[in-house]
Design a protein around this ligand. Structure first.
Ligand code: MSP
Length: 518
C-alpha cells in the first residue's frame, strides 16, 4: 500500500487535572470504533489520543497537590493510559504535550507563524477563564447574583488579565475561513454545529492572544522566553507532532496529514474549527478533513460535575455492567451528536433487551441446537436451502454497505440499529422456521435452517467486532471462525459445513438487580 493515505483520526488530548470520566471515555470510544472499522476494512490507520499537560489549570492542580507540575503530570497522565486499556481502545500512539517531540513541534509551528508575519507583539487586557483556558469578550459573559462574572457557554468563572502578549492575526483569516467552510461543506459535522461556527466567524474575528507571561508552565516562545505559548496553540499542535511535524517530508507525515477526523466535544469545537484551521493555513499546512462535535452526557438528568459528586467513572461502569455493554450503550442510546442522559435504568434496558435477549439468546439458541442436535458440527445446507434462508443471509449482506454509509457520517446509533434490525429478522426467522420441531421430522431441513442462522450470526459478529471486540470474538470463537478470517473481506467467505464447533457459552449474561442492602 506504499503511498496510500493512512486514515488518521484523533481524540482531544485530555486535561490531566481531572480523573478520567465518561465524557473522556465517550470521545475516545467513538474514535476507537472508527479505527477498528477501517483496520478491518484493510486500511492503514493511525489513531491518536493523549494528554494536555500545560497551562494554568494544570499548574494550579499541581500546586494544590503539592507537587511540581512535571511530577504531577507524570503521575496523572497514567490514568488516561489506564483508561485506554480498561476500555479496550486500540490507539496507535499516546501523546503527552510535555514530551520533547512536542516542544520541538510547537516551537516549530510558532516559528512558521512568526516567519509568515502572522504573529505580533502587543498586550492583552481582558477576561480569561482558567477552567476553559479561554479568553472571553464582554458579550460572552454574564454576571451572577453574587457578582461573579462567568462565561455564558460554560459557566466558568473569568478573571481579569493584563499582560504583554503575542497575538495571532486571526482577524485576517475571516474570509479565508468562510471560503474554506464553503468549499468543504463536510468539514464541520453535524450540520447544526457547522451553522453555529459559520455564523460565529461571519460575525467577525478578533486577533487572538497566543502567549502568556504571568505563569510558567508551558512551552517557551522561541526567541522570547519571558512568554509561554497559549495552551490551546500548544495543545492543538499535538495533532501534527504525533505524525512527525516539523518533518513534513517524512513518510509518516505525508501518509497521515491532513488528518481525516478530529473527534471533539461540542464545548471545544471553536478551537478546532476556527483557530486550528487558521493556524494551520497560516503556517502553510493543510487543515484537517473533518471535525465532528459530539454532545454531552448528563447523569440521571443532571449536569455532571465534581461539585455535585455525580461524575461517572468508566471503571465503575465496567465493573458493574461489563465492558462491551458499556461500549454498546454509549453509542446506541443517543444519536451521535446529540446530548444524552446516562441512567441505570436505560443501561439495564439495553443490556437485558438488546444484548442478553436479542443477540445473546439468538446465539445461544442456534449454537446449542447445533451442539445438541448436529453432533457439534455445522450442518450442510446445500440440499435443502429455501428462499427464506437466502433472504435472511442477503439481509445480513446488506449491512456492510449500510455501515460504510453510516460510519462515514459518524452515525454510530443508526449503524447499530441496522445491525439489530437483522438480529430481529433472525429471531423472527428462527421462530417461524421452528428448527426444534424439525429435529425428528426433517433433520436435513433443520440443518439448513441452523446453517442460515449460523452464517447470519457470523456476519453480524464480524461487524460487531468494531463495537464490542471481546464479545464479538467470543461469538466468532464459538462458530470456529479462525482469527485470520474475521475481516470485512471475509464477510463473503461462508462457513464451511462440517466444521466442528465448541460447546456454546452464553456471551451476554442478564443483569440482575442486586438485593437492596438491609
Ligand atoms: N484539553 C482540552 C482539549 C485539547 S484538544 C487539542 C480539553 N480537555 S478535557 O479533558 O476538558 O475534555 C476533553 C473532552 O471530553 C472534550 O471533547 C469534552 O467535550 C469531553 N467531555 C467532557 N465532559 C463531557 C461530558 N459530560 N459528556 C461528553 N463529553 C464530555 O478540553
Amino acid at each position: 500500500m506504499a503511498g496510500s493515505k493512512t486514515y488518521y483520526l484523533t481524540t482531544p488530548i485530555y486535561y490531566v487535572n481531572d480523573a478520567p470520566h465518561i465524557g473522556h471515555a465517550y470521545t475516545t470510544l467513538a474514535c476507537d470504533v472508527l479505527a477498528r472499522f477501517h483496520r478491518l476494512d484493510g486500511k492503514e490507520v493511525f489513531f491518536l489520543t493523549g494528554t494536555d499537560e500545560h497551562g494554568q489549570k494544570v499548574e494550579k492542580a499541581a500546586v494544590e497537590a503539592g507537587v511540581d507540575p512535571q511530577a504531577f503530570t507524570d503521575r496523572v497522565s497514567v490514568n488516561f493510559r489506564d483508561l485506554a486499556t480498561a476500555m479496550a481502545f486500540s490507539n496507535d500512539d499516546f501523546i503527552r504535550t510535555t514530551e520533547d517531540r512536542h516542544t520541538r513541534s510547537a516551537q516549530a509551528i510558532w516559528k512558521a507563524l512568526a516567519d509568515n508575519g502572522e504573529i505580533y507583539l502587543g498586550s492583552y487586557a481582558g477576561w480569561y477563564a482558567v477552567r476553559d483556558e479561554a479568553f472571553y469578550t464582554d458579550s460572552e459573559l454574564e454576571t451572577r447574583a453574587d457578582g461573579t462574572k462567568v462565561a455564558k457557554t460554560s459557566g466558568a468563572t473569568v478573571e481579569w488579565v493584563e499582560e504583554p502578549s503575542y497575538f495571532f492575526r486571526l482577524s485576517e483569516w475571516q474570509d479565508r475561513l468562510l471560503d474554506f467552510y464553503d468549499k468543504n461543506p463536510d468539514f464541520i459535522r453535524p450540520e447544526s454545529r457547522r451553522n453555529e461556527v459559520v455564523s460565529f466567524v461571519r460575525s467577525g474575528l478578533k486577533d487572538l492572544s497566543v502567549s502568556r507571561t504571568t505563569f510558567e508552565w508551558g512551552i517557551p516562545v522561541p526567541g522570547d522566553e519571558a512568554h509561554i505559548m497559549y495552551v490551546w496553540l500548544d495543545a492543538l499542535t499535538n495533532y501534527i507532532t504525533a505524525v512527525g511535524y516539523p518533518e513534513t517530508d517524512s513518510e509518516l507525515f505525508r501518509r497521515c496529514w491532513p488528518a481525516d477526523l478530529h473527534m471533539v466535544g461540542k464545548d471545544i469545537l471553536r478551537f478546532h474549527a476556527v483557530y486550528w484551521p487558521a493556524f494551520l493555513m497560516a503556517a502553510g499546512l493543510e487543515p484537517p478533513k473533518r471535525v465532528f462535535a459530539h454532545g454531552w452526557w448528563t447523569n440521571e438528568g443532571q449536569k455532571i460535575s465534581k461539585s455535585l459528586g455525580n461524575v461517572i467513572e468508566p471503571n465503575a461502569l465496567i465493573e458493574r455492567y461489563g465492558l462491551d455493554p458499556v461500549r454498546y450503550f454509549l453509542l446506541r442510546e443517543v444519536p451521535f451528536g446529540n446530548d444524552g442522559d446516562f441512567s441505570h435504568r436505560a443501561m439495564v434496558g439495553r443490556l437485558n433487551g438488546d444484548l442478553a435477549n436479542d443477540l445473546g439468546n439468538l446465539c445461544q439458541r442456534v449454537l446449542s441446537m447445533i451442539s445438541r442436535n448436529c453432533g457439534g458440527s455445522l450442518p450442510d445446507p446445500t440440499t435443502r436451502q429455501t428462499e427464506a434462508d437466502v433472504e435472511l443471509i442477503t439481509g445480513a449482506d446488506a449491512l456492510l454497505p449500510r455501515l460504510r454509509e453510516e460510519l462515514d457520517v459518524q452515525a454510530f446509533h443508526t449503524a447499530l440499529a441496522a445491525i439489530w434490525a437483522v438480529i430481529g429478522e433472525a429471531n423472527r426467522y428462527i421462530d417461524s422456521q421452528a428448527p426444534w420441531a424439525l429435529r425428528k421430522t426433517d433433520p436435513e431441513r433443520m440443518g439448513a435452517v441452523l446453517y442460515a442462522l449460523a452464517e447470519t450470526i457470523r456476519k453480524i459478529a464480524i461487524l460487531l467486532q468494531i463495537f464490542m471486540p471481546g464479545s464479538a470474538a467470543a461469538i466468532l470463537e464459538q462458530l470456529s471462525v479462525p482469527t485470520a478470517a474475521r475481516t470485512l473481506s471475509d464477510l463473503d467467505v461462508p462457513l464451511r459445513p462440517g466444521v466442528s464447533m465448541p460447546k456454546p457459552q452464553p456471551v451476554f449474561p442478564r443483569y440482575v438487580e442486586e438485593e437492596e442492602e438491609p
